[in-house]
Ligand binder design. Structure first.
Ligand code: NAP
Length: 279
């Protein structure tokens, strides 16, 4: 199975590294010639270029561009493909992407690897990024079974944990565990910056350690990625943010009222619940 990758950044580069390592031939397309050369030099792809026509002979193509560029890329790409070519994308939001691509290409299934890091670009690509992590496909009722099976083959080669759900269910679920954390973590950093005493702020910056590192990581990542989450998953994100705000209001009320019993129960519940999300 010959693999194509459009967008040789963090996710595209990491997919290329692992699939090549598993023996799949990989062709890459980037908008920049020097990235193509670098990707070949680093063993991310066997060959690469700036022309989408290079993917004409591939069997499975991963669209690994930012979310806003996925549909425009597919529109440019499809005229170069044979009818059997399978397309998938790796965008963090699925409903808007799937709805736009299904009318353009029958052999398409949306996908989302739940792996990543704050850095972006080819330099951030690394091997084994997907091993043991969830990789979700979001077929519609019209997606051919064979299309899903082709992408599944690659997902199993990445040693990821395979999941399948409807695009809307994916977006609701990731709003809770991926998109809400970006904005709660960003708000945490913004809140710290509201300290008006420069001496206290300097001390807070000096004292920040593992707790702040853990809780601020996703809020300190790529603004472009956060913007895409908000723009393309607006409804589900707003719902999760509203519930989060109401939880914060309850915490404030419990502390104001010195309701230590309620606060302790809350923290006991969250201590018990956290492993359910991370086991
Ligand atoms: P990235 O490192 O910035 O890579 C994206 C690549 O796409 C860039 O290196 C760029 O390559 C190309 N690109 C940028 N703008 C483009 C445009 N307008 N048209 C065509 N190509 C363009 O980003 P990433 O983190 O890999 O994210 C890629 C996709 O993965 C996104 O859809 C994101 O939602 C999804 N995702 C990200 C994460 C994460 O943690 N970062 C996790 C799961 C899924 P050239 O400049 O070389 O063309």
């Amino acid at each position: 199975m010959k693999i194509g990758i459009v967008g040789l950044g963090l996710i595209g580069g990491s997919i290329g590294l692992d699939l090549r390592a598993k023996g799949f031939p990989v062709v890459g397309v980037s908008r920049q010639a020097h990235i193509c050369q670098e990707a070949v030099r680093r063993g991310v792809v066997d060959s690469a270029g700036i022309d989408l026509k290079l993917l004409a002979t591939t069997d499975l193509i991963f669209i690994c561009t930012p979310i806003g560029a996925i549909v425009p890329t597919v529109k440019q790409l499809v005229s170069h493909l044979t009818i059997d070519t399978v397309l998938t994308d790796v965008g963090s939001v699925k409903t808007a992407v799937v709805e736009a691509i299904v009318p353009l290409w029958q052999n398409f299934v949306g996908g989302h690897p739940m792996a990543g890091r704050a850095e972006s670009g080819l330099d951030a690509a690394e091997p084994n990024m997907f091993a043991g992590k969830a990789y979700i496909l979001t077929p519609t009722d019209a997606t051919p079974r064979a299309t899903i099976e082709v992408v599944q083959r690659a997902i199993f080669a990445l040693e990821a944990k395979y999941y399948q759900c409807r695009p809307e269910d994916h977006d609701s679920a990731v709003a809770w565990i991926s998109h809400l954390p970006v904005f709660s973590s960003a708000s945490l950093i913004s809140a710290c910056l509201q300290e008006t005493d420069p001496k206290i702020l300097a001390l807070a910056e000096a004292f920040a350690s593992s707790g702040f590192r853990d809780t601020s990581r996703v809020g300190g990542g790529s603004p472009e990625l956060g913007m895409m989450m908000a723009q393309y998953n607006q409804v589900a994100l707003l719902r999760s943010l509203s519930v989060y705000r109401s939880q914060l209001d309850q915490v404030i009320a419990e502390i104001e009222q010195a309701n230590w019993t309620a606060l302790e129960q809350r923290l006991q519940q969250t201590q018990v619940a956290r492993p359910q999300f991370l086991s």
